[in-house]
Design a protein around this ligand. Structure first.
Ligand code: NAP
Length: 303
């Protein structure tokens, strides 16, 4: 069985930063990534609040970070961690979809996945009109009417992206004010992106592909059918915590891993960083937590 000092679970901003630190500290480390690092960070179309970059995209920044991390630590893509079992004070067994490893410590940076609407038609039409990533799927809808469901930063940013590539986008939000930051709200106004307020999607309909949705107006208690080619969903995220929970790592009531300020979990030599710890979900925070987790692991490995 291959042996490591640190196994990093997840190849997003937190995991990649942890890898850069771990490699430079001289630890034998490995990143195990269940996909190809194309998690929620990859899907951010435009980012203007990552210091050092006036404007960039999640994909561009991740590509640079991956290159930098790979200078120090190998990344194994499409290898999902299934089980993490502490064996003794110095050994943790990690079982993946492809094999088994022994490591002295683990940094969990698994992030989160898109929350689903859970309405009829959503699952059936995934890939045929229902989308969770404007950057990935937006170009297929150029010149077409699309709906962006959600009122947070992600919905606002993705709606702006869709507008910028020529989609006719309308936001649908369940309340009468957006949660998105003021700067993004101003941009939505500037671009004249319409918003349907107080409304939720009740059903997504179509034949081979989506052609309409049923919206329910919660204030007026009315239902309307709205024609659309695409339904982009950006209604928040859920933590990817299965492997952590199975290991006995404590999570809060929303499923986010509980850590101290050094990113230590309740289990010795298991750390967590990034969106999986909940709180402020920002790239800069995820990177910072990844760095702290790697530094804490280093300190504990010296004991
Ligand atoms: P979010 O901030 O949690 O917003 C989710 C939005 O979806 C809210 O407006 C919410 O409505 C709505 N919603 C939730 N469940 C719904 C349902 N079942 N049906 C209809 N609407 C529903 O999530 P997010 O925008 O995906 O962002 C996730 C995290 O990443 C946040 O912490 C965010 O700040 C961060 N982020 C930051 C940036 C940035 O810095 N620019 C960019 C993207 C994401 P209510 O408002 O009524 O609750």
């Amino acid at each position: 069985m291959e042996e490591y000092d640190i196994i990093i679970v997840g190849g997003g901003p937190a995991g990649l930063t942890a890898a850069i630190y771990a490699g430079r500290q001289g630890e034998k480390a490995l990143i195990l990534e269940m996909m190809t690092g194309a998690g929620s960070g990859y899907m951010v179309p435009a980012m203007e609040n990552y210091p050092g970059f006036v404007k960039t995209s999640g994909k561009d920044l991740l590509d640079i970070m991956k290159k930098q991390a790979e200078e120090h630590v190998p990344i194994r893509n499409m290898e999902e961690v299934k089980r993490i079992i502490p064996i003794d004070d110095d050994k943790i067994e990690v079982t993946t979809s492809k094999g088994q490893y022994i490591t002295r410590s683990v940094i969990i940076a698994t992030g989160s996945r898109h929350r689903r609407l859970k309405v009829p038609g959503e699952i059936e039409f995934i890939g045929r009109g229902v989308c969770y990533c404007a950057t990935c799927d937006g170009p297929l809808y150029q010149g077409k009417e699309v709906l962006m469901i959600g009122g947070g930063n992600a919905a606002a940013q993705e709606a702006l992206y869709l507008e910028s590539i020529g989609c006719k986008v309308t936001i649908v939000h369940r309340r009468d004010e957006l949660r998105a930051e003021r700067y993004l709200q101003e941009k939505l106004k500037e671009k004249h992106i319409p918003i349907i307020w107080d409304s939720v999607v009740e059903e997504i309909m179509g034949d081979l592909v989506v052609d309409k949705v049923v919206l329910y107006n919660r204030k007026e208690n009315t239902k309307t059918e709205v024609g659309t080619s695409g339904v982009f969903v950006a209604i928040g995220e859920e933590p990817l915590n299965e492997a952590a929970k199975n290991a006995g790592v404590k999570v809060d009531k929303e499923g986010y891993i509980i850590v101290d300020k050094f990113q230590r979990t309740n289990i010795p030599r298991i750390y967590a960083a990034g969106d999986i710890t909940g709180g402020v979900k920002q790239w800069v925070v995820a990177c910072s937590e990844g760095a702290v987790a790697a530094l804490s692991a280093h300190e504990d490995l010296m004991d």
